[in-house]
Design a protein around this ligand. Structure first.
Ligand code: FAD
Ligand code: NA7
Length: 476
């Protein structure tokens, strides 16, 4: 292992950003935006362990380890389409209209959203700051010099280097280390057992009986994918409460699995079923193997992880920032709001209050967080949180009350018709553009490519068939 130690420049601050997913890209864009307005910005280095940016949106067919022997980061699957309307995640300073030059539908597939985030980043000149195929191995803070040492491995050469920084911004994501609980007897299950992190497509689930453990986004969407691809039956097993949608007759929700006996799962309510495959949709762990416990964030997946002032500044060390570490009702625009805030603290435009005042501020938000009763409260909480953050910076404000309304309609549309909610359209709060109706209903669209999505077929046979089917209440 070769080692090189660099020194922080005395004249200019140095900032290390860990990860070039949507959050890291937002941070780079935030600094660039200040620079364009004449502000001197710090020296930036963004370390990204993959060969390209986009984070979760940088799809990989691989599972387990990648071509460098690193844990595969992305949990996305080939056929993933946005699980919420694009109108709730739109950048306030780079709209879908600007990028695509025409209205598109409210629920684009993965490739289309990647194209959008990539488009904004390519338009600015920020790629120069990113060191691709560089994995951050360890971060330490020196109380004497007040500098971080960041140890990084160049995955292409194997060279390890260390350098010092005034600030570290963690934008490493938190949906990449799967939470894999044990269920009694699962080792006797003869079929395929995988975690959602490893799921890449539902084609092989056709004509099979599938068990999904978990009752959140991954379970809901992977189950829907399995239904779309012709699984014989889909059973959801919940720990706390069922999702409660009006599922098609091939789908059902049962309480938690108590134990497996070969291919038979026994559920807490005494029922049992036989399955061909089990998919653990049991979420992810906040796990940061490159941070000592004195700096790491320890939290369950929730919308207000404690110890982060304004959800961004580490209480443990105010020179350390976190982006996107919350559970996410809002995504790209929330990362922007956070990145603009972190930038302004680093640039000295925002002065942080005392430790006691920070604690009191967090406690105030935690009080509201602890009083939340349902998903609607969570939506309002996160929209208010982002509004509050944007008010501190020059990021363009947008109508977050309207965004909250769209989110409520989205939840309702899932209750009304879980298999077809992606065919609904919403209006952008930034541009006022009403989304286009997509040429093919989600349930019938088997080509998830950007080309197909942006194509404009004259007459779509599938749509007519689908409309007929919907009227008769048969989505298949
Ligand atoms: P990530 O996208 O996870 O990016 C983190 C980056 O950090 C990665 O590129 C990773 O390689 C890099 N990294 C990590 N550790 C290191 C290290 N040690 N050294 C160097 N680099 C490192 N959001 C939506 O808005 N709509 C959706 O439909 C949607 N669907 C989703 C589906 C799935 C299956 C998952 C898991 C998430 C989904 N999300 C969705 C949420 C998603 O988390 C965000 O959209 C977004 O990708 C988060 O961005 P991020 O930059 O914070 O994290
Ligand atoms: P989530 O949203 O964190 O949900 C995890 C689910 O897994 C949730 O329903 C949990 O049940 C369940 N869970 C966790 N541990 C267990 C055990 N031990 N037994 C049974 N069930 C368990 O993760 P997702 O993967 O669905 O979504 C993450 C992101 O990916 C999200 O942002 C999406 O956009 C895509 P609980 O309700 O806590 O009882």
């Amino acid at each position: 292992m070769k080692g090189v130690v660099g020194k922080a420049s005395m004249s200019k601050k140095r900032v290390a950003i860990i990860g070039a997913g949507p959050s890291g890209m937002a941070q780079l864009r935030a600094f660039e935006s200040a620079e364009k307005k004449g502000q001197e910005i710090p020296e930036l280095v963004c370390f990204e362990k993959q060969d390209d940016w986009g984070g979760q949106w940088n799809y990989s067919w691989r599972t387990g380890t990648d071509h460098y022997g690193e844990p595969v980061h992305s949990s996305m699957y080939r056929n993933l389409w946005s699980n919420g309307p694009k109108e709730i995640l739109e950048f306030a300073e780079y709209t879908f209209d600007e990028h695509f030059g025409k209205p598109i539908s409210s629920y684009p597939p993965r490739e289309v959203l990647w194209d959008y985030i990539n488009g904004r980043a390519e338009q600015s000149d920020v790629k120069k700051y990113v060191k691709f195929a560089h994995a951050v191995r360890w971060v330490d803070f020196d109380e004497g010099t007040k500098l971080f040492t960041v140890r990084v491995e160049n995955l292409r050469t194997g060279e390890t280097t260390s350098d010092t920084y005034d600030n570290v911004i963690v934008a490493a994501g938190h949906f990449n280390f799967p939470n894999i609980p044990h269920f009694e007897g699962i080792e006797t299950f003869p079929g395929q057992v995988m975690h959602a992190h490893e799921f890449r497509g539902a084609e092989t689930l056709a004509d099979k009986d599938i068990l999904l453990i978990g009752a959140s986004y991954s379970a809901e969407d992977i189950g829907s994918q399995a239904y779309k691809m012709g699984a014989r039956s889909i059973t959801y097993s919940y720990r706390t409460k069922p999702m409660g949608h009006g599922w098609p007759e091939e789908m059902e929700e049962l309480p938690l699995v108590e134990r497996f006996e070969g291919s038979t799962a026994h559920f807490k309510n005494g029922e049992k079923r036989d399955f061909d495959a089990v998919i653990l949709c049991t979420g992810y762990k906040h796990h940061y193997p490159f941070l000592p416990s004195s700096l790491a964030l320890e939290s369950p997946n929730n919308i207000y992880p404690d110890t982060l002032y304004r959800g961004v500044v580490s209480e443990k060390n105010n020179q350390l920032f976190w982006l996107g570490s919350q559970d996410q009702w809002l995504t790209f625009n929330m990362f922007d709001a956070q990145a603009w805030y972190a930038r302004d603290v680093i640039l000295g435009r925002i002065e942080l209050p005392t430790a006691e005042e920070q604690r009191a501020h967090m406690d105030q938000w935690l009080e509201r967080f602890n009083a939340m009763e349902d998903e609607f409260d969570q939506i309002d909480f996160q929209c208010d949180y982002v509004k509050d953050l944007i008010e501190q910076t020059d990021y363009p404000m947008f109508d977050l009350d309207e965004v909250a309304k769209i989110q409520r309609q989205w939840l309702q549309s899932k209750k009304d018709d879980i298999m077809n909610f992606r065919d609904a359209t919403y209006t952008s709060v930034i541009t006022g553009t009403k989304a286009a109706e997509h040429h093919t209903p989600w349930m019938l669209e088997l080509d998830d490519s950007l080309e197909r999505y942006l194509s404009e077929p004259d007459e779509d046979e599938a749509r007519q068939v689908f409309r007929g089917q919907i009227r008769e209440g048969q989505a298949r």
